[in-house]
Structures are given as structure tokens and as C-alpha cells.
Write a protein that binds this ligand. Structure first.
Ligand SMILES: [Fe+2]
Length: 211
């Protein structure tokens, strides 16, 4: 994602605010997209205008070199990238498609079954202390792996403990679920599968293997 003349901009959601109900309510989406994501974009633009990172850098370049910039860039470039990716990871329940045979086969081979994969992913999200993200990635050995990151870090960053190409990521900050689920993060993680866009995730898997 490149900067426009005025800096980075908030991407439109690919569906209506209430399209992910009941898994994610319109009230959560309005705050999450309109306030939280907007803040990451605004704060990133401010940091860049103050000289914290090059004005011509793409979002991907900022994320890849996050550890070389001040925390304002790491946190807000991460926040912008992660949320842009997150919206595109989800779809209304009647439009979530299904896993490709390639992805389904790899999930069975690595995790045992789709259910075992989901349980391990939910555990990663539940086990991420405080705010952060759970991820399914293609790691540097071209294998599927589940990982989690704190704050707005992600597996594309130079600072990531486990590096790889994200296929799906779930936001486990309280702002992602608190209005509906209060402090019941595990319930949110379990319900979130209803809105995961498997067509999109499968496309990402093919692209990651082709890299
Ligand atoms: Fe978030």
C-alpha cells in the first residue's frame, strides 16, 4: 500500500458495517474501523510528517523494517497493516467460501484436522497475554505455523520472533470484541470462524507458496 499525497488513508470496508453480525456487531465495526483503525492511520501520518520514517516508503516497507524506526512507526504501521488485512480476512457468513484442497490438505497434515487447527489457533489467541494478534502463517520453511504477536506487531516485521507470510490473523485486542463478548475472549475466538473468508485465505496460501 503506497502513500497518497496526503499520506496513508483508511481503506473502505469490503462489506456493510452490519454484514458480519451476529459474530461481530455493527457497533464494534464502527468503532473498530472508524475510530481505532483511523487512529493508526492518522498517528502514522503524523509520525512520518515529523520525520520518523521516509515519506515515500510503502506500508510494506515500513512494516518489514519496523525495528529500525521509532515505536510510533512500528505500532501505527503495524496497526494499519494488520487492520487492513483483518477486514479482508472476513466475509458475511453466507459468503465465506471454503478452503481449497491444497490448504485443507496442508492443515490436516500439520495440525491433524480442521478442528485441531482451530483449537490450536484459538489457544494461541487466548494465550496472547494482553493485546495482540493470533496468526496462521506460511513460515520460512514453506510450512503452515500458528503464532501470535504482541501489540500491533506481525510476522512480516523484522522484530517478529516467528517470521512468515500471514494467511489469516485475528485481532485479540479488547476493542475487537468487548462490546459483544465483554471479557470472554475465548467465545469471540470460537465464534470468529463464522466470518472467516476461506476463499481469500486459500488464495493467500497459493500466493505464499508461489513466492
Ligand atoms: Fe483492532
Amino acid at each position: 500500500m503506497a502513500q497518497t499525497e496526503g499520506g496513508f488513508t483508511l481503506p473502505d470496508l469490503p462489506y456493510a458495517m452490519d454484514a458480519l453480525e451476529p459474530a461481530i456487531g455493527a457497533d464494534t465495526m464502527e468503532l473498530h474501523h472508524g475510530r481505532h483503525h483511523q487512529s493508526y492511520v492518522d498517528n502514522l501520518n503524523t509520525a512520518i510528517s515529523e520525520g520518523a520514517a521516509p515519506a515515500e516508503a510503502s506500508l510494506e516497507e515500513l512494516v518489514a523494517a519496523a525495528g529500525t524506526y521509532p515505536d510510533a512507526v512500528r505500532n501505527n504501521a503495524g496497526g494499519h497493516w494488520n487492520h487492513s488485512f483483518f477486514w479482508e480476512t472476513m466475509a458475511p457468513t453466507d459468503d465465506t467460501g471454503e478452503m481449497s484442497e491444497a490448504l485443507s490438505g496442508a492443515i490436516d497434515a500439520v495440525f491433524g484436522s480442521e478442528d485441531d487447527f482451530k483449537a490450536a489457533f484459538e489457544e494461541a489467541g487466548a494465550g496472547q497475554f494482553g493485546s495482540g494478534w493470533a496468526w496462521l502463517i506460511v513460515n520460512e520453511q514453506n510450512e503452515l505455523e500458528i503464532t501470535s504477536t504482541p501489540n500491533q506487531d506481525n510476522p512480516l516485521m523484522d522484530v517478529a520472533e516467528v517470521s512468515g507470510t500471514p494467511l489469516l490473523g485475528n485481532d485479540v485486542w479488547e476493542h475487537a470484541y468487548y462490546l459483544t463478548y465483554n471479557n470472554r475472549r475465548a467465545e469471540y475466538l470460537e465464534t470468529w470462524w463464522d466470518v472467516v473468508d476461506w476463499d481469500r485465505v486459500s488464495e493467500r496460501y497459493d500466493a505464499a507458496l508461489a513466492e
